[in-house]
Design a protein around this ligand. Structure first.
Ligand code: PEP
Length: 251
């Protein structure tokens, strides 16, 4: 039985006070949510304060990116060690905005994944096709490439600390959600790729989150699908009550 993983990706939103206020409102709303693991990923500047505000709660802290070195001359970057220092347990790697806007390629994302894991962070590793790729009939090729190159070289023991987030780019921030059937088909395909590369045991235990315009009113039908193991939520996670509504759809 895979425990659903529900994570808020706040992207480049919220100053420190607002971030702390949001998690302070969220904590009591999700305190009774025993059937899901919950993570909030604020922007870097809010991590420390949000981590303090979350202390003792059932909501873990995550970051949205990290680099592949501990320290040094890497202007503008942040290390897994620094994230852990703020209280982070999780980091998102390979979000489509990192892939598309910041041109992060599969090889770098694989390096980031392995380095973050080696430093004791858990990782939500994002994959997903664009609309052009889906309409062009190459969706499965794209997912295969992202999974095979992205997860290459992981050890069996690493998988306890990895979740894959399937986020079709056409559904992110657009209000267009993949149908439960589309999500299930992609998740089953991804699980099959992981099985082919790492075996059935790892594939069956791996949590595959869905991301892309998840809201309180579509979360229940998505989570009902057997291969959907939680969510990575952008817009609808910015407000405590709406994110809590998604968490409660999973209870
Ligand atoms: C995301 O950014 O990971 C995401 C899924 O965004 P949204 O929920 O706004 O589509």
């Amino acid at each position: 039985m895979r425990t659903p993983l529900i994570a808020a990706n706040w992207k480049m939103n919220k100053l420190v006070d607002e971030a702390v206020a949001t998690v302070s409102a969220l904590k009591p709303l999700v305190a009774g949510a025993a059937k899901a693991e919950i993570v909030v990923c604020p922007t870097f500047t809010a991590l420390y304060a949000v981590g303090k505000a979350l202390a003792g709660s059932n909501v873990a802290l995550g970051a949205q990116n990290c680099y592949v070195k501990e320290s040094g001359a890497f202007t503008g970057e942040i290390s897994p060690q620094m994230l852990k220092d703020t209280g982070c347990a999780w980091v998102i790697i390979g979000h489509s905005e990192r892939r598309q806007i910041f041109k992060e390629a599969d090889a770098l994302l694989n390096e980031k994944l392995k380095y973050a894991l080696s430093q004791g962070l858990k990782v939500m590793f994002c994959i997903g096709e664009t609309l052009e790729e889906r309409q062009g009939g190459i969706m499965n090729d794209v997912l295969s490439r992202q999974v095979n190159l992205g997860l290459a070289g992981l050890a069996e023991s690493d998988f306890a600390n990895v979740a894959v987030a399937y986020e079709p780019v056409w559904a992110i921030g657009t209000g267009v959600t993949a149908s439960p059937e589309q999500a299930e088909e992609a998740h089953a395909f991804v699980r099959g790729l992981v099985e082919a590369q790492f075996g059935a045991g790892i594939a069956q235990a791996l949590r595959i989150q869905y991301g892309g315009s998840v809201k309180p009113d579509n979360a229940a039908e998505l989570i009902a699908k057997p291969n959907v193991d939680g969510f990575l939520v952008g817009g609808a996670a910015l407000k405590a009550d709406s994110f809590a509504g998604i968490v409660s759809a999973v209870q």
